[in-house]
Ligand binder design. Sequence first.
Ligand code: Z5A
Length: 228
Amino acid sequence: MLEAIKVSRARFITFEGGEGVGKSTQVKRLLQNLQRNAIEAVCTREPGGTPKAEAVRSFILQGRSESWGAEAEAVLFAAARLDHVTQLIAPNLRNGIWVLSDRFHDSTRAYQGLAGSVNERLIDTLESLALDGHAPDLTIVLDMDPVAAFKRVAYRAIEDGLALTGDRFEKEELKWHIRLRDGFLAIARDNPGRCVVISAAQHEDALEAAIWLVVSERFPELLGGSQA
Ligand code: Z5A
């Protein structure tokens, strides 16, 4: 087996998109691909990733902050993110370990900002506070029709023998999910140097290969090329 090596600059890669597009599946697959190439990496998620941020996750996703209003929820997501960045993301990157996150700051801009009601100034302020200078090097935006993605989520619930009750956000109506999809695409258009949109409406293996192509072209040091 290849011994894990540390390239001189660890990369921070985020996955974004609506529910059921396959983010969690592909984060795990990218982790395996990096490890196969002797890159030390960790997976994490948002909201969450640290004990404090996971506590915020449960609070929000159980609907307990809904009555607080959209602005207060955006502040909660940012507070969780600040802990996640300072306690997990930044220390790993400093140690040469790549970090892959299932959602990050673009989710606040898309859910609370573009599909929600929180104004851009507050989103910008929270973003600069929570990121603490740690913007992702690459963001993969997985894009697909929300109706098809919802069918995946429904199928997963049936397979797991669970009732399809949905969390706070899964309960929103279809036109809201369409706004959300447009929001992620707008973020990608506004950040062409960081974001790459990939169609999620393909087989898991094909999607994995498409993501690996993007990652290995963006970071040629992975395959022994020179670092950007
Ligand atoms: N949120 C927010 O509002 N503001 C913020 O700042 C942040 C988050 C950070 C987190 O919930 C919620 O918080 C989220 C946004 C909000 N809203 N919701 N709902 P979460 O983390 O529990 O939910 P999620 O991020 O949407 O995850 P998900 O529903 O698990 O979707 P996914 O990770 O994209 O998909 P998956 O788990 O990889 O796959 C879903 C199913 O499809 C599963 O059965 C797979 O086996 C299957 N699958 C995966 N890929 C494929 C392909 N390619 N073909 C066919 N089937 C597939």
